[in-house]
Design a protein around this ligand. Sequence first.
Ligand code: FMN
Length: 380
Amino acid sequence: MEYKTEQLVLRTVGEEDLSEVMRTWPSDHRPVSDEEAGNAIDRMSRSSEKNAEGSIYHLCLAVCGKDDPHTIMGWCGLDGRADSAEPEIFVLLDEEYRGKGYGTQCVAELLRIASEEFCLKRVRGGCGKDNPASQRAMEKGGMVRCGEEENGDPRYEFRAKEPRDIMETMKARHSVRRYLDKKIPDAVRKELDACAAELNRESGLNIQIVYDEPECFNSHYGRFENCANYIAVVGRKSAELEQNGGFYGEKLVLKAQEEGLNTCWVALSHGKSKASLGPDESEVIIIALGYGETQGSARKSKKPEDVSNIAPDSPEWFKRGVEAALLAPTAINQQRFKFTLTGNKVSAKAGKIGPCLKIDLGIAKCHFELAAGKENFVWA
Ligand SMILES: Cc1cc2nc3c(=O)[nH]c(=O)nc-3n(C[C@H](O)[C@H](O)[C@H](O)COP(=O)(O)O)c2cc1C
């Protein structure tokens, strides 16, 4: 198993790492013998095999630099031996690698692994009250302080978003085309940029957020007023680019909505964007971004039976997914997609005629997956 963050590789270890494990294995009497290190490697891989969706027994990852993936800088992971549904996060970095933001990257990636890959709803954590660096890493990585131990050490928790919370965000989102002359604060930009970076890492896209740039939506482009920020959905040319652009672009749209911003996907009515494109890249579409004059308003929608094979006895998660797909924005509100459930497989198909159908499909799939819960089905 190998996960990447901005600067790190977090990975499981094997026999080939024996000398590094001997050198770095967290023990009071370091370094450990080759026998002890070999046992530790064995234990780690046996523990990993017990991890499954919804349950982590123990996950231990070596922390390495992307530029030197063989040198172990420390260890991190999730320990579920006390409660496999709500494991305890741990990050142990060797002294020389502290204070570089690596701890924050470990925490953020472990929370992503817990919620997205193992579908866990809660992760717990703690650190010493006299350890402000660890406290910062916990908080910046996404944990929230939730109390303290008797000795005053802070306790933290992370709660994954419930499908019903995300549904509220989807219901609150409407396309907004007139914006206030209000800058997006630095703290919000940081959140959005971090989310875009994470999505890019996951998808291989090159989504960019352009701030304070009113030219793209200047007055020639009729329907938009005062829009000075936008998301440019950029990626390497491929047959999947449009659908992926829709899928990941909408994740950022929902994040923006959670941050109190408004958005509108825009295929046509805009000028040239300032996004930078690599030689083999293209810009799929852009998304207007800012504080709206209003929150927009609800529009007409097709019915679940128009866009799916829903039946009264369909599982709740499928009904929720289809409801969420109908809340997704589509070009000219066409809603030309179809979700079909067979067993636990869901196929999602775009209509045949209309603009931006592949982008629409990606957006609708994003809504469906977030609301239905990845743990309940597989894409056909
Ligand atoms: C792929 C795509 C392209 C769009 N292009 C434009 C556009 O060029 N101009 C515009 O004003 N709105 C555009 N929209 C916004 C849609 O008109 C809007 O999403 C739809 O009417 C549904 O309304 P809602 O977003 O409020 O749910 C686009 C939406 C999508 C998903």
